[in-house]
Write a protein that binds this ligand. Structure first.
Ligand SMILES: [Cu+2]
Length: 351
């Protein structure tokens, strides 16, 4: 029994406190390039609480949160540029030790329960990174202590790395898979004793709700409707999607409508840009960067053009195509409820 437990505040991540408070209502990463490096200061509070899953079950999580009274799973997305000095203040409100790690950039070392640590580093190697707790691997990371970190090339607003294919907007898709028995062990300060059996699969902390289900199209709970997760664009709005996997499961990212351009794998720039309709994403911190071109879908009938989009919108209809993972288990929750898993929608809008 962890005696620290009564001192702590258990948060119920509700709807309002959950997910990217600084990003406000959208998952779009907004970015304006600068000609000079800056000092970027950010404070994260390590907090804990419960998040209601797609089948109604409350599951224990810990997160790098934006305040001591919220629970953010994943933590807020951060974007800086090459050469910036990043100063992170990590306030550990829990009784257990945690750390803040970005592989290749920073490792805070252990931060004891109740302690605060400030770490500073210079951002380099433009690309997409998972920040995560490097202690008690992989349990603390799986329990929610992770988030997305992006380094832009200095002075560039439309490249992943200097000279990369260009984009007009960018998003994170941060995947996780959750075994509540493992989270419960972390809550109790123990190591899990059961084999890993993930029951929930999330993108940016949310699962999908299929049509007809309670919460369908509620952006607070349905990843297929949440602006933190879905893609929005006009025809031609080339969209960088930074895909990171905090979970254990190997994923296969499969968008409808367009193939995606596959730029990197685990931060290595690929020698050729392949256009693929399924892109593999490794478990345990895997990373791929892709561009969804937002072309008129070549296989859609009737055709999708700006004109048909205008007409559809005038008639009150959305034009959206799903992105789902191509392994069956990830499309479920609670051990089998189909379409309550990691999927989202790609919305085409008229200009
Ligand atoms: Cu499909």
């Amino acid at each position: 029994m962890d005696e620290g437990i009564d001192r702590r505040t258990f948060l119920k991540a509700g709807i309002a406190g959950f997910g990217g408070t600084v990003l406000a209502s959208t998952g779009l990463l907004t970015w304006a390039p600068r000609s000079h490096a800056a000092v970027i200061a950010k404070t994260f509070y390590i907090t804990e609480g419960f998040v209601t899953q797609a089948d109604g079950v409350d599951v224990y999580f810990r997160g790098f949160s934006s305040s001591s009274t919220t629970l953010n799973v994943p933590g807020e997305q951060l974007i800086v540029q090459d050469g910036d000095t990043v100063r992170m203040t990590i306030v550990n409100t829990l009784g257990s030790s945690h750390s803040f790690v970005i592989d290749g950039l920073i490792d805070s070392g252990p931060i004891q329960g109740g302690q605060t640590k400030v770490v500073q580093f210079v951002a380099s190697n433009p690309g997409s990174y998972l920040y995560h707790d490097g202690l008690n691997v992989p349990y603390n990371r799986l329990t929610g202590l992770h988030g997305g970190f992006a380094v832009m090339p200095a002075g560039s607003g439309n490249e992943l790395y200097g000279g990369s294919p260009t984009f007009m907007q960018q998003y994170f898709w941060i995947f996780n898979d959750i075994d509540p028995a493992w989270n419960r062990a972390v809550q109790n300060g123990q190591l899990p004793t059961s084999p890993y059996k993930p029951r929930y699969f999330t993108i940016n902390g949310l699962s999908g709700r299929p049509p007809g289900a309670a919460g369908n199209k509620n952006p607070m709970v349905d990843s297929m409707a949440d602006p933190l997760t879905k893609l929005d664009g006009h025809i031609g709005d080339r969209t960088l999607v930074r895909c990171l996997n905090a979970g254990m499961v190997q994923n296969a990212i499969h968008p409808h409508a367009n193939h995606m351009e596959w730029l990197t794998k685990n931060r290595r720039i690929l020698p050729y840009v392949w256009e693929k309709d399924v892109i593999p994403l490794d478990g345990n911190g895997g990373a791929v960067d892709t561009i969804f071109p937002f072309d008129s879908p070549p296989d859609a009938w009737p055709p999708v053009t700006n004109q048909t989009l205008i007409q559809a919108e005038n008639e009150g209809r959305h034009t959206a195509f799903p992105m789902h993972l191509h392994n069956e288990m990830t499309q479920t929750s609670g051990g089998g409820s189909y379409l309550f898993g990691a999927l989202t929608d790609i919305y085409y809008h008229s200009k």
